[in-house]
Design a protein around this ligand. Structure first.
Ligand SMILES: Cc1cc2nc3c(=O)[nH]c(=O)nc-3n(C[C@H](O)[C@H](O)[C@H](O)COP(=O)(O)OP(=O)(O)OC[C@H]3O[C@@H](n4cnc5c(N)ncnc54)[C@H](O)[C@@H]3O)c2cc1C
Length: 324
């Protein structure tokens, strides 16, 4: 694809920076708008699927990520009440805080010539839309995410604890820290006066796991969360959560953001139509989005513990990765 144009990108998160880096690599110029002028802590499980390494290599930033000494995870352990399913991951997954990951992507894009503008923008045709999850009014019991870092004994596995209407992920990140990140409906959080410690205590296995840990930052929260594809203005290259928000338990959101961002940057720089770009992305994401929705429904119906023995973790993991 020959590139000669300038690419306008709304959002300087993972998808936006990936779009900027790939557009710049094609010889286009890139301007990234984001009201947040610097990287910051984000509510995120900070579990990077093993394929993220390939995405970061393509963006030529993997050596920078490696220099942050991310944690490696070799297995997954999923707790449904007292039932535990453990499986090895096909390749080691990576634990890196969003602060470091966003920082290195922003710095790399800036160093390679991307212009950053500290402003919120409204989408125009031809822009890369990488503005993250949709916000706005949500009906019913609204869902919120929360996270904090802890010091203490780190593990080398990603652990998921499913409770009644909530789940929490525990995994190591760089610097010997452990990230604890979960999702719960507002009604449940209200019952505990938004005390996340009280929520963790609802699961005896999770309470046991977090007991020796010592909190190093205040809890952050975000929401309400809205799953699935988001309505998009016509003629834009939507990437990352702005294209679609997949359930965090899949640990595929950041992989999707980096990959769709990278492809969006190539498409915009190379003059591919937004419609053709969208078809490519839909082909890659249709299956993971569908599988995640089926499992979300099963878990919400309280079927997680019953289904767990029949669905190997490796299988669920593979089905929620994007298609090649
Ligand atoms: C609770 C929770 C846990 C998660 N855990 C994991 C996990 O463990 N592993 C995983 O892979 N994924 C996880 N995810 C998903 C992951 O965080 C997202 O998929 C990822 O952040 C998407 O990146 P993005 O670049 O699309 O959006 P974001 O990272 O949200 O970036 C969007 C950017 O756009 C900017 N912006 C917004 N509006 C405008 C505008 N109008 N103009 C300009 N800029 C704008 C914002 O300031 C922001 O910087 C989790 C998500 C949640 C909520």
């Amino acid at each position: 694809m020959a590139a000669s144009n300038s690419v306008t990108i709304l959002g300087g998160g993972l998808a936006g920076c990936a779009a900027g880096l790939s557009a710049l690599a094609q010889g286009a110029s890139a301007t990234i708008f984001d009201p947040a002028r610097a990287a910051r802590h984000r509510v995120c499980g900070e579990f990077l699927s093993p394929e993220v390494r390939g995405s970061l290599e393509q963006l030529e930033v993997w050596p920078l990520a490696e220099a942050c000494q991310p944690a490696l995870m070799y297995s997954m352990r999923v707790h449904f009440g007292r039932r535990v399913c453990a499986d090895r991951l096909p390749e080691p997954a990576i634990g890196l805080s969003r602060l470091r990951l966003d920082q290195l992507l922003r710095e790399s894009a800036a160093a390679r010539g991307a212009g950053f503008v500290g402003e919120r923008q409204t989408p125009v045709p031809g822009c890369v839309l990488a503005t993250g999850r949709q916000t706005g009014a949500v009906r019913g019991d609204r869902l919120f995410g929360f996270k904090a870092h802890f010091s203490g004994p780190p593990g080398d596995a990603v652990e998921l604890y499913f409770g009644d209407r909530f789940y929490v992920g525990v995994n190591p990140v760089e610097g010997g820290l452990t990230n604890v990140c979960g999702l719960a409906p507002e009604s449940l959080l209200r019952r505990f006066d938004f005390s996340y410690e009280a929520l963790l205590a609802l699961s005896p296995a999770l309470a046991e796991r977090t007991r020796p840990l010592c909190q190093t930052m205040n809890w952050l929260s975000t929401g309400p969360l809205v799953y699935g594809r988001r309505a998009q203005p016509p003629g834009v290259y939507a990437a990352g959560d702005a294209f679609s928000f997949i359930d965090p338990f899949t640990g595929a959101g950041m992989l999707n953001a980096l990959e769709t961002g990278r492809i969006a940057g190539l498409a915009a720089a190379g003059g591919q139509t937004p419609e053709a770009y969208q078809r490519t992305v839909l082909r890659r994401l249709r299956r993971p989005l569908f599988v995640a929705q089926v499992f979300r429904t099963a878990i919400a119906a309280g079927l997680g513990a019953r289904l767990a023995p029949w669905i190997p973790g490796r299988w669920l993991f593979a089905l929620t990765r994007p298609a090649d």
